[in-house]
Every structure is written in structure tokens, then in C-alpha cells.
Ligand binder design. Sequence first.
Ligand code: GDP
Length: 325
Amino acid sequence: MVDNLYKKILLSDRLALSKAITLIESTKLNDRNKSEKLIKKLYKKSGKSLRIGISGSPGVGKSTFIETLGMFLTNKNYKVAVLAVDPSSKRSGGSILGDKTRMSELSTRKNAFIRPSPSGGELGGVSRRTRESMILVEAAGYEIILIETVGVGQSETEVAEMVDIFLVLLQPSSGDELQGIKKGIIEIADLLVVNKEDEFKDEATRTIADYKNALSLLKKDENSLNKEIVKCSALKKTGINEIWKIILNFKDLGNKKGWIKEKRSKQLEKWIWDDLQKNIFEKIKGNKKLVSELVKLQKKVSDNKISPTEASKKILHHYTKNNKS
Ligand code: GDP
């Protein structure tokens, strides 16, 4: 099965790609083993795309924007893949991104591949699944990956940490609301895009002026392009060309100066640490002896005999003692 998927993905077979992503999303041990094998084989073929993260609050126009940008790019003969990172878990009652019929035009394009976000699943598994899906679509020859996420909480940071360039879409807002400029957004974004300029012309101009002001106060980062803010209408398809030019400029300069390579190598380092952390944690949780030891220690912690830190150190000590190579 793995060999078959491997061959077909390299031929850019979309059905095989979908199946492989489903395998990656599965938490069954057997499927995990298969998907690990597949990733191992395909990893050498990955890494050649431009990875673009797109974030923004619900309703700001993310799916409209991705549809418009995606059509623009497929018209230029790029192969475009769209992945989604949806932070909503089963507990919070369904997905924010996945429920609507989205990107209906782009999804009919031959050189576009759209993968709706999996509905829920364990938190924290989201990054792994997206990173691995990225490897698959790259191996299948997709040149541009658009990774969509909702601008709330942790998922935004997670996506920023796996892409080359991060776009944040903003709603045009009137003066009063602008007090809410979020410093976090400015820090995380490489490019800010005020959408819906067709409907909110004055507000868009004002929002740009205010953010420009905030951006000018930022300390300049020598290892990246200066952050920019532009406006567009995803609905009326204006401003898209300019946005693409900025992205290309970012890519060309980033490659020339080595920023993108450096960014990716930091991201990979983080991936290794994340994986290590998860694996050690799972090993401890799956070890009956250690768990029963932990229950005993927990009692001592509750009785104020030892501190939680002491307890965790003891567990770690037992773990390393039993795993000496
Ligand atoms: P998402 O929740 O961020 O994915 O937002 P959607 O793409 O679903 O858009 C939310 C609403 O805003 C929809 O009714 C869109 O038609 C509308 N919308 C999106 N982009 C624009 C735009 O550029 N101009 C205007 N006037 N409306 C837009």
C-alpha cells in the first residue's frame, strides 16, 4: 500500500494524495506506522514549494481571498495546494473552517488541490498533520501551498512557524475600533492585507494609515523584508497582483539572502524537538510501571510531602535509568 501511494503521489495522482492525507490524519497505530514509512520515503522529494500562511478572524474573507488568489495563480500555471488548520476540536462543537462550501471555483481547477480541514481530533496533532500533509503535496509537485487558519489562539502561531511568509487579513475598521491594533498580529505577520476595500473604501484607507503608523514604530529586522500593509478586495479581485508581487519579491530576496533557508532550518529544529517531546511523553504515559509510580507520587504531592517538580524529576529519573543504552 505504501509503495503504491508513493509511486502515485510522485505522479501527482490526486486520489492517492487524498488517501495519503487521510492516512496521516488517522490516529490508529497501524496507520501511523504506514504514514511514517510514506513520509520517510517522500521527505527527500519535499521542500521545493513556497509556503504561504493566511490567517484572519472568521468572516474577514479568508476563503474568498484564497479562492481569488488561487485562481490568479492557477491562471499563471502554478500548481496550488490549499491546506487548512482548524483549531476547533470536537469539544468546541465542530469546525470553524470546514462547514461551509468553500472555494467552489478553485476546487474544479485541474492544477489545484484543496484539502478541507479534518473535523476536530486531538489538539496538538494539528501541526504534525499539517507539516506532513505539506510534505505530501510538495512531493506531488505542488509549487505553492496556501495554509489557512483562523486568527484565534494557538493555531495562528503554529502556522506562522511552518510557512515561509505569513499573511494576515484584516477587516477595514473605523477609527474607534483601531485602538484594538494587536501588537501580536503585527509581530507575527510578514504582510498585512486589508480586505473588502470595495465596500469600505474610507475605512480601508484609514486602517492602512493607522497600521502604517504602528509598523513604522517597529524595530527593523535585518533578516527579513520590511513588513507591509496593502489593501484588496477578494470579492472584486482588486489588489491581488500587487500582493503577489510583494510575495515574489519576498521569495526572491529571501532566497538570495538565505533568510528562507534559515527560517526553514529553525522550523525543522522545532519540529524535531516537538516530536521528541511528544514521543517521550507518550512513552512515559504508556509505561505501566511509571504510571503506577506516578500515582503514588501524586498522593505524596497531594499530602504536601513532596512538590510536583520533585515528583516529575523522580519520574524522569526512573525513565532515564530504565532506558540507558
Ligand atoms: P472567512 O470566514 O474569513 O473565510 O470569510 P469568507 O471568505 O467566508 O467571507 C465572509 C463574507 O465576506 C462573505 O459574505 C463574503 O462574500 C464577504 N467578502 C469576502 N471578501 C470580500 C470583499 O473583498 N469585499 C466584500 N464586500 N465582501 C467580501
